[in-house]
Design a binder for this molecule. Structure first.
Ligand SMILES: CC(C)(COP(=O)(O)OP(=O)(O)OC[C@H]1O[C@@H](n2cnc3c(N)ncnc32)[C@H](O)[C@@H]1OP(=O)(O)O)[C@@H](O)C(=O)NCCC(=O)NCCS
Length: 163
């Protein structure tokens, strides 16, 4: 299978406790720029089973997660690729594998909230209204400090990247 080959070639795998330090560093880098929501090492540790990472020779290059929201709804979030590794297809590989896992687990609706709509459009996502995901709004958005001035764009996976 194509993705299994990709996983072996790129070191794409589920996150392990030893990854948390590198994951926290990467998230912090982009959280400071307002591109990701901040995540503490403890939070990452607690949600480790939701994360995939890409590692090369002991260096964490990328991470991404799949957060279940409802029975049929999951969110792709906290996606980040180290600056020096961007533009090499790692972001696409992570999204492809997260989508594959999400669909396999029965989540028929996979969405993201992002400030990078162009990237997610190339991954098979289309812009939609956040009102399509009231479960997300009630669970997370209500608690978010940026809820009144949210500039994230909701996008739904509509197919296309999987072989
Ligand atoms: C967005 C991000 C994950 C993309 O990862 P990546 O590994 O660089 O992406 P890939 O190499 O798989 O794909 C890059 C391609 O996607 C497309 N792309 C990427 N960002 C894009 C954007 N903002 N608009 C349009 N197309 C974009 C381009 O076609 C690009 O190809 P190019 O080399 O011809 O420019 C990465 O830039 C990142 O970590 N950004 C900071 C954190 C962030 O914003 N995360 C998303 C929050 S949900």
């Amino acid at each position: 299978m194509r993705v299994q080959a990709t996983m072996m070639q790129t070191g794409l795998r589920p996150a392990a406790p030893s990854d948390v330090k590198g994951m926290a560093r990467l998230v912090d880098l982009y959280a400071r720029q307002g591109l990701l929501l901040p995540r503490s090492p403890m939070d990452l540790h607690r949600r480790l089973d939701q994360f995939l990472v890409i590692e090369e020779e002991g260096r964490l290059q990328a991470l991404g997660s799949l957060l279940p929201i409802e029975k049929d709804l999951a969110e792709i979030r906290t996606l980040a690729v180290a600056l020096e590794d961007q533009g090499r297809g790692l972001g696409h590989q992570l999204v492809e594998e997260l989508v594959r896992r999400g669909l396999k687990r029965g989540y028929s609706r996979l969405f993201c909230l992002t400030r990078e709509p162009g990237f997610f459009a190339t991954c098979g996502f289309q812009r939609v209204g956040l009102e399509q995901f009231p479960e997300k709004v009630w669970k997370d958005c209500c608690l978010c400090p940026r809820r009144e001035r949210c500039d994230e764009i909701a996008m739904l996976y509509t197919g296309g990247i999987l072989p």
